[in-house]
Design a protein around this ligand. Structure first.
Ligand code: ADP
Ligand code: MG
Length: 265
């Protein structure tokens, strides 16, 4: 197992996420789902254009799994994945301009700064607003080895060998004591609908479904009682707007798509 230090700027963001920002926490889901979507886009592009990837299966999906017993929230994708070098470069430093701009715009006023994270994409590190430990298990498409990146957001991270079936990335967040709300299916579903409905890949989640009682022919006696069943359902709309007929797109969706798309790119 190898221990590494975060780059200074990454550490600065982490510190803010953990100690200073207390509102708008829900956007961590938007950030992770947008990363999964980017990872699926990247793989799609390679499969279509690069001979080397022609045998790689492209079965795009994002899964969200809430485990109330373990108090973990997991976001998993079948995208491009990362190797050890990618993990070092991508989850230890800050390269992207959005996050840098966020840092430069900080005022020191907690309320104002919390609003800023809604406007800027603060990226992967947002998950440390709600988690006190994060494990990223990932395998790059076309490669054999999987790796596990782990951090408690406390200045250092570790990378070790791991196991993963197929390529892609699985992010397990061990939620802080007071962040139980992010284990509720309804809460997650409404966050996805608010920020990530336009993501052009399906997002799945287990949901409880009510199955009504089966009655006899006369409708008097119950043959089978009502029950609940767990079904794995798609929770976003996932239609790429540019593939839809104009008449099927509401004004709301059109505006939402544009504001999201432009702020994330
Ligand atoms: P940005 O998405 O703007 O580049 P982030 O902080 O959100 O910044 O993510 C940092 C980088 O980590 C991404 O650019 C990407 O290379 C990598 N990454 C994050 N999540 C994933 C994922 N699910 N699959 C593959 N790579 C990822
Ligand atoms: Mg991102």
């Amino acid at each position: 197992m190898a221990k590494h230090q975060f780059q200074t700027e990454a550490n600065q963001i982490l510190h803010l996420m953990i100690h200073s920002l207390y509102s708008n926490k829900e956007i961590f889901i938007r950030e992770l789902v947008s990363n999964s979507s980017d990872a699926l886009d990247k793989l799609n592009m390679l499969v279509l254009t690069d001979e080397k990837y022609k045998d790689v299966a492209f079965n795009p999906r994002i899964d969200i799994i809430a485990d109330k017993d373990a108090k973990t929230l997991t976001i998993k994708d079948s995208g491009i994945g990362m190797n050890e070098e990618d993990l070092m470069n991508n989850l230890g430093t800050i390269a992207k301009s959005g996050t840098k701009a966020f840092l430069e715009n900080l005022s020191g006023d907690q309320k104002e700064d919390s609003n800023l994270i809604g406007q800027f994409g603060v990226g992967f590190y947002a998950c440390f607003m709600v988690a006190d430990k994060v494990e990223v298990t990932t395998k790059k498409a076309g490669e054999d080895k999987a790796f596990v990146w782990t951090s408690a957001g406390d200045g250092s991270f570790e990378i070790e060998d791991g196991e993963r079936e197929g390529h892609g990335t699985t992010i397990v967040m061990h939620l802080k004591e007071e962040e139980d709300e992010f284990l509720e299916v309804h809460r997650i579903e409404s966050i996805i609908k608010k920020y990530s409905n336009h993501i052009p890949f399906p997002i799945f989640m287990d949901k409880e479904k009510f199955i009504p009682a089966v009655m006899d022919d006369e409708g008097k006696e119950e043959i089978e009682p009502s029950r609940t069943e767990i079904v794995n359902e798609q929770i976003n709309r996932a239609n790429a707007l540019w593939t839809m007929a104009k008449k099927d797109i509401t004004d709301e969706e059109y505006k939402d798509f544009y504001s999201q798309y432009c702020s994330l790119k």
